[in-house]
Design a protein around this ligand. Structure first.
Ligand SMILES: *[C@@H]1O[C@H](CO)[C@@H](O)[C@H](O)[C@H]1NC(C)=O
Ligand SMILES: *[C@@H]1O[C@H](CO)[C@@H](O)[C@H](O)[C@H]1NC(C)=O
Ligand SMILES: *[C@@H]1O[C@H](CO)[C@@H](O)[C@H](O)[C@H]1NC(C)=O
Length: 311
């Protein structure tokens, strides 16, 4: 009576093995994802910034995705492009978007930092790269609920250089007020199916063969009405962990077309070598370390526009 039992166990193990192989090959692990739509979690902010947008509304709100350990980057941004300022008579305000970590020390430090600077927006979700969609949606919810009076919003990252002067100038020139969305346009992108890529997306997570048009998540800018509209449709598009693609899906549903801000390239998600005259005429550049940001900013502030050749 021993053999049939052994055979049964062997068959069971074999079936289990095949199933494991199947699930891992197709990345169909049923345990990995809990939901496939974004679930709006109304309110419940852990930290809200010091601003009343009804009084003296900002022209441009800059929302910077950041994490607990990036204090140096936040401090550099506060001293440079993120400093509250008036450009061409328009008020600019910068806020940082954070989630939560399991480190009590880091949580406490960020709570104190928020009290000191009044510029942190925080909610209760685990602050990891693959939760960037939640972080971005928190910023969009914040604009929708607390600052719809702003004219424009920029969502960007903490390793960016942003030329807020040139951005303001171009936005004023563009003279758009609603349903406006711009940045580095990605109009023909496909899901990356290579397992080890940072941007790997399984067919289970996103079964379609191409992405909707979207703007690189390193920096995009939109009229503030778009925040409310995106927030409104966010539960009715498929959830994807790539925040820029997720926003693209919302825009597609809303039939909001992406537009270039300028006839020349002004957003540089792949980075760009610094020169004073070059950086005067760009809006955003990726891969900027805190030290570089401080140096570049000072160089720009200490130079005169007239010293650059006209373009
Ligand atoms: C994202 O945050 C949610 C809510 O805190 C958490 O349940 C989930 O595990 C996080 N995602 C990842 C990939 O860690
Ligand atoms: C901006 O657009 C409005 C109409 O949408 C128009 O009345 C106004 O003259 C424009 N301003 C400039 C500076 O082009
Ligand atoms: C949200 O969607 C509903 C239904 O589609 C629509 O009636 C409402 O005007 C939308 N609100 C915004 C702010 O877009």
């Amino acid at each position: 009576m021993v053999y049939p039992k052994m055979r049964l166990i062997c068959i069971c193990l074999l079936v289990l093995g095949v199933l494991c192989l199947y699930f891992s090959m197709n990345n169909l692990s049923p345990f990995k994802e809990q939901s496939f739509v974004y679930k709006k979690e109304y309110g419940n902010f852990l930290q809200l910034p010091d601003i009343d947008c009804r009084q003296n509304p900002p022209f441009l709100v800059l929302l910077v995705t950041s994490s607990h350990k990036q204090l140096a980057a936040r401090m550099a941004i506060r001293q440079t492009w993120g400093k509250e300022r008036i450009v061409k008579g328009k008020r600019l305000k910068t806020f940082f978007l954070l989630g939560t970590t399991s480190s009590q020390d880091e949580m406490r430090a960020v709570a104190q930092e928020g009290q000191l600077h009044g510029d942190i927006i925080q909610k209760d979700f685990v602050d990891v790269y693959y939760n960037l969609t939640l972080k971005t949606m928190m910023g969009i919810e914040w604009v929708h609920h607390f600052c719809p009076q702003a004219a424009f919003v920029m969502k960007t990252d903490s390793d960016m250089f942003v030329n807020v002067y040139y951005l303001t100038e171009l936005l004023l020139k563009k003279n758009r007020t609603t349903r406006f969305f711009t940045g580095y346009l990605k109009l023909n992108e496909f899901p990356i199916r290579k397992k080890f890529s940072k941007w790997f997306v399984s067919k289970f997570e996103y079964p379609w063969d191409r992405y909707p048009p979207f703007c690189s998540g390193t920096g995009y800018v939109f009229s503030s009405d778009v925040a409310s509209q995106v927030y409104n449709v966010s539960e009715s598009v498929p959830y994807i962990k790539l925040e820029d693609v997720f926003v693209g899906l919302c825009l597609e549903k809303l039939k909001i077309r992406l537009e270039a801000l300028h006839s020349k390239q002004t957003f540089f998600p792949e980075g760009l070598r610094f020169s004073i005259c070059r950086f005067r005429k760009i809006v955003a550049c990726h891969f900027i370390k805190s030290q570089e940001l401080l140096l570049y900013w000072q160089a720009l502030e200490n130079s005169r526009e007239e010293d650059c050749p006209p373009v």
